[in-house]
Design a protein around this ligand. Structure first.
Ligand code: BES
Ligand code: MN
Ligand code: ZN
Length: 505
């Protein structure tokens, strides 16, 4: 699979005499100490360049000065830092991402970023450097393995990025776990970007298996085992496909051992529909190619396990993904079919395109039954309706626990992966009652994301649970500072942060 091509390192605060120099400027065109020095050395070139442009030093503003007089460097890039009091870790990441994109489009091959000591930010400069580097790394992701004819000039130019900082060892130490998280994010982005002729249940399970090299225990269940468990809701979705379903259970045991104390695992569950045609309730052909990323929830859970193992997280986590392809065929499930789920509840399948919830019904039930988790969070590209409600800016959050909802919301804010809580109630729950069985898999046309969540809740039992509908946030059509367009891996960072803040402290 692909990986980042830029080499990131940390060294002391000495400016190199070649390549690009990136120099910070505070709001109001106020040069940092290094900037003021360089301005003097170049006979006021930086001040004149700022005055000749609209550059004010606002956050993420960038201004290139080519072939600066009296220096051998190829260019100086002025980077707006904005208000230093608002310069926190997340802002440092955005600065790093924006700078990386600028350097790549400018054609710079190597660059050194001076992280000056500033008055105002709460984060020390070593942390600033680490987060800047993290943001740059996240933005450098590119899924280009199938582009065999792209010329070298069109590929990203930047090969090395050096962070110049007073205490490089401290910056390296802060960066190491972040690089682990990025490895997880990249794995998720790779998995959602791969087409469905490459990633189907069997091959996705194989990708999950590679995590065993990092110490994750991986079990893969096939059709026979799932039949034995009674997972007929899940199996029904896959019965029309030539690719058999797989159910993957991953465990990372990182919590301190020895004492009897400790907690039950935290569980994450992902919808892994490797392609969603809609089945017999077939989707219109326009845009159907997007349904290759209908395994986004599973991709996040697999990438999260990689992130946790890479940074050796001190927490016990289980990750479960239901992998299946939803196809129409002579063996496919029909509208009106009634299946008996693992929980014993019967489901009337009125629309074969409402398939994600059928998969999750059995995986949620299995999870609480086997692991008795402390908390259970599922992620799914579940409904088009959540895109109508929240667009690309927030994922939908549904939960039976106010505390869990608040913690997930806070973690999302901290890493720029925003969620917005939606309601659950008995009145909505009634909308999925049916005469023919215990529950039906669609409501009427209204409140589509909520009735989907109500359906899931019927398979949750008594556990603290949250559901993230990531249909609008899994794929982005535009570049964002730390997220290039394409697969976003939305959820990996949020859940990593949720664990770090609440279960590892
Ligand atoms: N995978 C889709 C939801 C989706 C739509 C994800 C667009 C990403 C982008 C899901 O399986 C689905 O088809 N949902 C239906 C449910 C309906 C039949 C009740 C939908 O949203 O239309
Ligand atoms: Mn569907
Ligand atoms: Zn789907």
């Amino acid at each position: 699979m692909t990986s980042a091509s830029v080499n990131i390192s940390f060294s002391g605060p000495t400016l190199p005499s070649t390549g690009t120099l990136v120099i910070g400027v505070l709001e109001g065109r106020k040069l940092t100490a290094t900037g003021a020095d360089l301005d003097k050395k170049t006979g006021g070139m930086l001040s004149r360049a700022m005055e000749a442009s609209r550059f004010k030093g606002k956050k993420e503003e960038l201004l290139s000065i080519l072939a600066p007089a009296r220096l051998e460097n190829e260019r100086i890039v002025l980077l707006g830092l904005g208000d230093p009091k608002k310069l926190d870790e997340a802002q440092a990441e955005r600065l790093g991402g924006a700078t990386l994109a600028h350097l790549n489009s400018a054609g710079s091959k190597s660059a050194a970023v001076m992280i000056d000591e500033l008055e105002g930010p709460a984060v020390p400069s070593a942390g600033m450097a680490a987060n800047f580097a993290f943001g740059a790394l996240l933005r450098s992701y590119r899924f280009d393995k199938y582009r065999t004819k792209e010329s070298a000039e069109k590929k990203p130019s930047l090969k090395t990025l050096k962070l110049l900082v007073a205490k490089p060892p401290e910056a390296r130490k802060a960066y190491a776990p972040l690089a682990g998280v990025a490895a997880g994010v990249f794995m998720t982005r790779d998995l959602v970007s791969e087409p469905a002729n490459v990633i189907y249940p069997e091959t996705l399970a194989k990708e999950a298996r590679t995590l065993s090299e990092l110490g994750v225990e991986v079990e893969v269940l096939g059709v026979k085992e799932m039949k034995k468990l009674g997972m007929n809701a899940f199996l029904g979705v896959g019965q029309g496909s030539a690719h058999e379903p797989r159910f993957v259970v991953m465990q990372w045991r990182g919590a301190a051992r020895g004492k009897k104390a400790g907690h039950a695992p935290i569980a994450f569950i992902g919808k892994g529909v490797t392609f969603d045609t809609g089945g017999i309730s077939i989707k219109p052909s326009a845009g159907m190619e997007d349904m290759k990323w209908d395994m986004g929830g599973a991709g996040v859970v697999i990438g999260l396990m990689k992130a946790l193992a890479s940074r050796k997280a001190k927490v016990d986590v289980v990750g479960l993904v239901g992998l299946v392809e939803n196809m129409p065929s002579g063996t496919a499930q029909r509208p009106g079919d009634i299946v008996t789920s693992m929980s014993g509840q019967t489901i009337e399948v009125l629309n074969t395109d409402a398939e994600g919830r059928l998969v999750l019904a059995d995986v949620l039930w299995y999870c609480q039954d086997r692991f008795k988790p402390e908390v259970m969070v599922d992620l799914a590209t579940l409904t088009g309706a959540i895109i109508i409600s929240l667009g690309e800016e927030h994922a939908g959050l549904f939960s039976n626990s106010d505390e869990l909802a608040e913690k997930l919301t806070a973690a999302g804010k901290a890493v720029d992966e925003l969620v917005w809580r939606m309601p659950l109630s008995d009145a909505y729950d009634k909308l999925i009652d049916t005469d023919a069985a215990d529950v039906k898999n669609i409501g009427n046309r209204s409140a589509g994301s909520i009735t989907a969540a109500q359906f899931l809740q019927r398979f949750v039992n008594k556990v603290s649970w949250a559901h993230l509908d990531i249909a609008g946030t899994t794929w982005s059509k535009k570049d964002k500072p730390t997220v290039p367009k394409g697969g976003t891996a939305f959820g990996v960072r949020l859940l990593d942060r949720y664990l770090a803040d609440n279960w590892e402290a």
